[in-house]
Design a protein around this ligand. Structure first.
Ligand code: NAD
Length: 255
């Protein structure tokens, strides 16, 4: 489905990362990938994972999205290696552990700023330099969670960040649509990853979702990968500005 397509994936930390499941799905669909990680310390591990689990060797790059110079350097590397881009995956979020427990009311100014900058502004920061490389159109996907729409204890500032992220998706979709660039969010059910474990009582997210979702189970990261493949392929060419739930139906319940 993605034969001949080139794209960049932000947010692989390890083989539990949702971005890694997405990388696997896109790789099996024939895409040529650049994988961006937060720091040098991740590179060797990702290259080893790629050698073991991917068909084609990806370009593994480093980019801390808080640093404009690193973003610019990453895009220079992509432009010189790929020449163009067809898709982008943004799978990045961060909030301090102290802001993912207790009362939302107590979120500090700095904690709020940090969560918004890394989890929301970074979508703009990585999309802006991608646009000139998407001359033939493109597809952009970011990852969100139901805590954007509902009060979910302990999700706190990240729920507010995800609401802003989903709004940013609509604004970007509105602006970039005339250039043939689609922008969508994928709202995943809970999956046990490094970031998820930073949320207090995360295991209760898993138990509640499995007990109450219409499909009566949790989702797998492979299901997230395959939904991303759909949103990045021409199968979804009529869809933009959308939030697609991959959560075994949990969001439709009154739970
Ligand atoms: P993860 O920890 O594997 O991925 C988060 C990534 O963000 C990591 O690769 C980390 O290095 C990166 N990151 C954080 N700060 C960064 C920075 N300054 N610069 C560059 N990269 C930075 O966890 P995940 O669960 O795969 O999270 C990926 C996305 O999926 C996040 O947006 C998360 O909110 C979202 N999501 C996760 C779940 C879940 O239950 N795991 C559910 C819905 C949505």
């Amino acid at each position: 489905m993605l034969q001949g397509k080139k794209g960049v994936i932000f947010g692989v930390a390890n083989n539990h990362s949702l971005a890694w499941s997405i990388a696997r799905a896109l790789d099996s669909a024939g895409a040529t990938l650049a994988i961006s990680c937060q720091g040098e310390r991740f590179v060797k591990k990702i290259e080893k994972m790629a050698a073991e689990e991917l068909k084609a060797r990806p370009l593994v790059l480093v980019c801390d999205v808080q640093d404009e110079q690193q973003v610019a350097r990453l895009y220079e590397q992509i432009a010189s290696t790929f020449g163009r881009l067809d898709f982008l995956v943004h799978s990045i979020a961060y909030a301090g552990r102290e802001d993912l427990e207790g009362r939302f009311l107590q979120t500090s100014r700095e904690g709020f700023r940090l969560a918004m900058e890394i989890s929301v502004y970074s979508l703009l920061a990585v999309t802006r330099p991608a646009v000139p490389l998407m001359g033939q159109g493109g597809s952009i996907v970011t990852l969100t969670y139901l805590g954007s729409q509902r009060f979910i204890p302990n999700y706190n500032v990240m729920g507010v960040a995800k609401a802003a992220l989903e709004a940013a998706v609509r604004y970007l979709a509105g602006e970039l649509g005339p250039a043939g660039i689609r922008v969508n969010a994928l709202s995943a059910g809970p999956v046990n990853t490094l970031s998820a474990r930073g949320i207090k009582d995360f295991s209760s997210f898993l138990h509640t979702a499995a007990a109450k979702a219409p499909l009566r189970r949790n989702i797998s990261s492979e299901e997230v990968g395959e939904a991303a493949l759909f949103l990045l392929s021409s199968l979804s060419r009529g869809i933009t500005g959308e939030t697609l739930y991959v959560d075994a139906g949990y969001h439709i319940t009154g739970a």
